[in-house]
Design a protein around this ligand. Structure first.
Ligand code: FES
Ligand code: FES
Length: 211
């Protein structure tokens, strides 16, 4: 049995004393197989930590944007939104709130709508990135439906709505009004053009059906 020194040392704080005596007590009661298992788990945790590459400085990345391989250099903390707009000159996704609450920056990553202002660019390597620059602008496309149904006023939110709408129709080409509302509920329009937006989404579904 370990000899536990329970007297506080001069200069040691009460917190240090409690922490030290707690560890000593734990060491005293954990022995044999339990100790071996703990050591093994600690070694595995250290190995896992060492295996995660720590990125720093400028990192070269390649992103597949709108069907093209784009090469650039970013800081590891750079968001997809910043990288698209400021490094690759892809300005469809808009910065409005910049904190994942309005949806103006919505971008498709592997077909799913994401807030690009809260997505790291480095995490998008090897994935397919689509912005509204690549969408069909003809009479059967979503942008046209927004134009025809007054789905915008100032337009700040519109790229995000169009992108979210495209994602919805890609996975559900025949949505009900309720499904459209749910599909677009990650986007906010401060001008309040929701009536036009919903009409546009249903109209886009209809014209895509007729295609
Ligand atoms: S700018 Fe990304 S959610 Fe608002
Ligand atoms: S049209 Fe102005 S914020 Fe939506």
């Amino acid at each position: 049995m370990a000899d536990l020194d329970t007297k506080p040392r001069p200069g040691a704080s009460r917190r240090d004393f409690l922490r030290g005596s707690g560890l000593a007590a734990a060491s005293a009661v954990i022995s044999g197989p339990a100790r071996a298992a703990l050591d093994e788990a600690a070694a595995e945790a250290r190995e896992a930590q060492d295996a995660v590459p720590v990125l720093s400085g400028q990192v070269k990345i390649t992103l597949k944007v709108n069907g093209q391989e784009r090469h650039t250099t970013v800081e590891p903390r750079s968001t997809l939104l910043d990288t698209l707009r400021h490094r690759l000159d892809v300005t469809g996704p808009k910065r409005v709130c910049d904190r994942g609450s309005c949806g103006a920056c919505t971008t498709l990553v592997d077909g799913a709508p994401v807030y690009s202002c809260t997505t790291l660019a480095v995490s998008c390597q090897g994935k397919t990135i689509e912005t509204l620059e690549s969408f069909d602008t003809g009479p059967e496309g979503v942008p046209h439906a927004f134009h025809q149904n007054d789905g915008l006023m100032c337009g700040y939110c519109t790229p995000g709505f169009v992108t979210a709408c495209k994602a919805l129709l890609d996975r559900n080409p025949h949505p009900t009004l309720e499904e459209v509302k749910q599909g677009l509920n990650g986007n906010i329009c401060r001008c309040g053009t929701y009536v036009g937006v919903l009409k546009a989404a249903l109209a886009a579904a209809k014209s895509m059906k007729g295609a």
